[in-house]
Write a new protein. Sequence first.
Length: 104
Amino acid sequence: MFSVSQIEELGFSHFYEKQKELFEALEAYGSKQASYFAALLVTDVNTQNSLLLISAPPEFLATITYPNRAANLFELNNVVSRKKQLVPYLLDRLHKSMRVFPDS
């Protein structure tokens, strides 16, 4: 089980102010729901780019190929759709991580 949420903003400045709190909330939610990972896609509607904040095991994070901007934070240029772009990508990464670490 996993969770992927999305919010749209007019820039990332407010996100960076709340990044730590948002990550802590993702960790708490994922733990409470017994999720393999919990993710938040923050989309800047002006630039049509997104940031992915994700609480996940290290072996899963290692499969993400987008540029890493900080711990648990990735830059997803030209990704704006959670359902059409992000979830299929994360499912692919999930399958990859399970092949690489089958006992995880």
